[in-house]
Design a protein around this ligand. Sequence first.
Ligand code: ANZ
Ligand code: ZN
Length: 878
Amino acid sequence: GPGPAVKKLIAIGKKWKQKTIRGPIEHDTPKKGSKYILCQFPYPSGALHIGHLRVYVISDSLNRFYKQRGYNVIHPMGWDAFGLPAENAAIERGINPAIWTKDNISKMKQQMESMLANFDWDREIATCDPEYYKFTQWIFLKLFENGLAYRKEAEINWDPVDKTVLANEQVDAQGRSWRSGAIVEKKLLKQWFLGITKFAPKLRKHLNKLNDWPSNVKQMQKNWIGESVGAELVFKVTDPEFKNLIVFTTRPETLFAVQYVALALDHPIVQKYSEVMPDLKEFLKRSDQLPNDSKEGVHLPNLKAINPLTKEEIPIFAAPYVISSYGTAPSAVMGCPGHDNRDFKFWQRNCPGKHIRTCIAPFFDDASELSEKEKRKLIETVPFTSTNGVLTEDSGEYSGVFTEVARKSIVGKLHSEGLSKNIVRYKIRDWLISRQRYWGAPIPIIHCDNCGPVPVPESDLPVKLPELRGLDTKGNPLSTIDEFVNVACPSCGSPAKRETDTMDTFIDSSWYYFRFLDPKNTSKPFDREIASKHMPVDIYIGGVEHAILHLLYSRFIAKFLGSINAWDDPIGIFEPFKKLVTQGMVQGKTYVDPDTGKFLKPDEISFENDTSGGNTAIIKSNGKVPIVSYEKMSKSKHNGADPNECILRHGPDATRAHILFQSPIADALNWDESKIVGIERWLQKVLNLTKSILNLEKNLAISKDYKTPTDLNDAEVKFHNDFQPLLKSITESFEVHLSLNTVISDYMKLTNILEVTLNKGEVRNEMMVQNLQKLINVIYPAVPSISEEAAEMISSQMEWNQYHWPAVERTTESKFKKFQIVVNGRVKFMYTADKDFLKQGRDAVIETLMKLPEGRMYLMNKKIKKFVMKFNVISFLF
Ligand code: ANZ
Ligand code: ZN
C-alpha cells in the first residue's frame, strides 16, 4: 500500500474533490471573451479507460488555464449513447438498453469526478434522450427537404456479425467492420443515404483553411474525398447502339500513348456483350471473387473504340480494375500502359509482349542536378508516371510541348469538337446511414403506397423508440412491433408503414457540439444567435481514429446547417472545429515469454532487484526474463491499466500530472505507473516548500498588489530572472504550443528554484512568498487539489487570489556590475560597483580603484600612457 506521504496526497485529492470539480470561481479580471474547449464525448461503456483519462486531463487543464486567464470557458461533457454495445448487452443479459446506458453514465460520471474533471454538467446531454434525438430527426427532415436524404437500392456493406449495414467509412482497407472486425459482405438492399458528395468540393477546399489541424488528418480527409481534376473525353465506338463511350481522365495529354479502353463490369456495353459472349458471361459471374486490384480482363473482339485525338482504332476490354460508377456516367478508362502503373500491369497481363507506347519524356533543364546516369535511368523508365515532362516527337503539333500546356490545348481542341468536357470528380460516396438495429434514432419517415416516403410532421417529433424489456433477436426488432410500424399516412391518411431503420450513430455525434451550446432548447436543436456566437469550437481534442469518420461527418453537417441558415460565421466556411488536437494512444507494458511467444499476465511476473537498483521482470514459472514492449492495450495482451486504480493508489493530481508529463500530447504514451514516484516527490516538495516559506516569518503578509521591488540585490535579481522565463514558458506552452509535458517539467524547475533560493536565504521573505504564490497559481490547471491545499495555507495568512494567472514580468538588471581591470592587455582583477560607476568620470574611477588592495598592487606609482573605459572594461597601458 501507499506510504504516509502518498496517503496524504490521496487525502488531499478527496478533501478538495467537490471544490475542484466545480472549477475555479469567477475572479475580478475583466473577461477576455469566450473559449469553447471540447473533448470528444465518450460512448457510455461503463468504464473510463486510460485513453479517456488522457483526453480529459488535457482538456481539463486547458479549461482551467483559460478560466484563470480570464476567459469564459465552455467545457461540456455528454454521452454518445446510442449504439450496439447497449443493444448487445440487452440481448445477452435481458437488460433494457436505456437502463444499461443510464447506469453506465452514472458510473463514468463518478470516474470523471474522481479525476477532478471540471465539466459544465449543466450542459450534459445524452444522444439517446428523446429531447436530443428529436432534433437528430429534425436535422434528418431538413436534409430530406433539401434533397440530401434519399432512399435507393444499392450494393452495400453488410456486417454479418452485427447484422447491419455499414457506411464505406466504417469499413477498413482490409474490408473489415470498424466495430465488429468481421469481413464485410456485399448485399443489394434499399437503404437511406445522405448527400455528402454535394458538399465534397467545399469539404475539400476548406481543408486548406484549417491551419490548426494536424496535417495527417487533413491528408486522410483529402484522400478520402479524393478530388480529381480532369476531363470526360468522348471515344466513338463501332457499335451503332452506343456510338459514344465516355472516359474520365486526369491526363488528356497521354492520348497519343493510349492503347486500349477498359470498361467497368457494370458498363452497359459489357452487359450487352455478355449476352453473346459466354466467356465474358462466365467472367462476370466469378468477378465477385476477384481481389479489388485484379488485373484480369476480357477482350471484346467485335468492337473498337476511336481515339478522339488521333482517330486511331483501339481495342476494348472489360476490366474489374475499373471501379464501377455510382450514379454518374458508366465508368470507363483510357488505358495508357506507358504512363500509368495500373494500365501497365493490365497490359502486361492481357497483351504480354506487345509494344508499349509512350508520348511523354522527362525534361531536364540546365539547372537539373541529376547525373547523366540518373537522367538515363529516368528516360528508360516504363511506365513513366511523372506529370512533369514534354511530349515526344510522335505527338504531332504538340511535340516538344510541356505536359501541362499540351493538356490544356488538347482539351481545348477536343472541346471545340464536342469531344471533351472539363470535370472535377470525387471518390467520396454518399453516406449510407440506415441501420437495421433497435438502439438508435428512428428515421422519421412513413412509407405510403400512394404518396411514397412521407416525412413525419415536425410537430410529431420525436418518433420515440418503443420500450422493450429485453431483446432476444439480433437484427431489427422495430420491424416486428406492429404498434410502431402501422400508422396512418400523414399526407393522405391511408394505412401506411413506418420506416423501421434507425440512423447511424455517427449522425448523433455530427451535431452534438451545437447542442452543448443550447442544451435545454425545446423548440429548436439550438438557437441561431448562440451558436453563431460560440462556434467554431476553439480547441477540439480527441483520437486520430476519427480522422475520417466523425470529423468528416461533423464538417458535412456543420456546413449543411450553415447552408440552411441555422448558424452563421463571419467567414462563411462553416467549419465546426478551429483547432484540432489528436492525442496519441496510451500503450501498455507487455510481457512476452521468449520461448512460447505467449502474452503473460501481471501475476505471472515477479520483480527482482537488479544491480543498478532497478527492477528486473522475471517469469515466475521458468525464471526467464520476458520480452518487454509497449503495445496498444487489449485484454488478450494483459497489458491494460485501470485509471481508477491509479487514482486510488496515487491520488488524482499525481495521476493527472503523470499522464501529462510522460509524453507530448500527440505522441503515444507508454504507460508505466512506477514512474509516477517522481511526480509524487515533486508534489510533496510543493507542499513542504509552501509550509517552509510561510514559516519564514510569523505573521508575514504581503498585500494583494505587492510589486516586485526595484532595489534588488544580486541574489534577488538572479531569482527573479530565473523565475520569469519559466512563467513565460508555461503560459506559452498552454496558449501557443500545447506542450503540456514541458509545462510539468517547468513546474518542477520553478519548484527547485524556490527551494534552492530558500535554502540560501539571500532573498527577502516577501519575494519568496510572492513567487510561491505564482507557483501555486500556475500549477492549478494540472494539479488542482494540491494547488487548493497550498492556497489554503497561504490564504490563512494573507489575502490572495489563487485563480489569477500571473503576468510575466520583465527580467531586471542588477544595480551592480562587475568591471574588469586590464593592465597592459591582461585582466588583473575584477571590481563590483554600481552599474553607473563609469559615469563618475576618469579621475574618480581611477581614484576609487587606487584605494583597493588590488589597485595598490597593480596600479600605484606607474605612468599611465593610455586609459580607456568602456562597457565593463577599465584598461590601463603603462
Ligand atoms: C488516362 C491516364 C493516363 C490516367 C495516365 C492516369 C495516368 P485519380 O486522380 O487518382 O482518381 N480512372 C478514371 N476512372 C476510373 C475508374 N472508374 N476506375 C479506375 N480508374 C479510373 O486518377 C484518375 C485516373 O484514374 C484517370 O486518369 C484514369 O486513368 C483512372 F498516364 O486516364 B487516367
Ligand atoms: Zn399517403
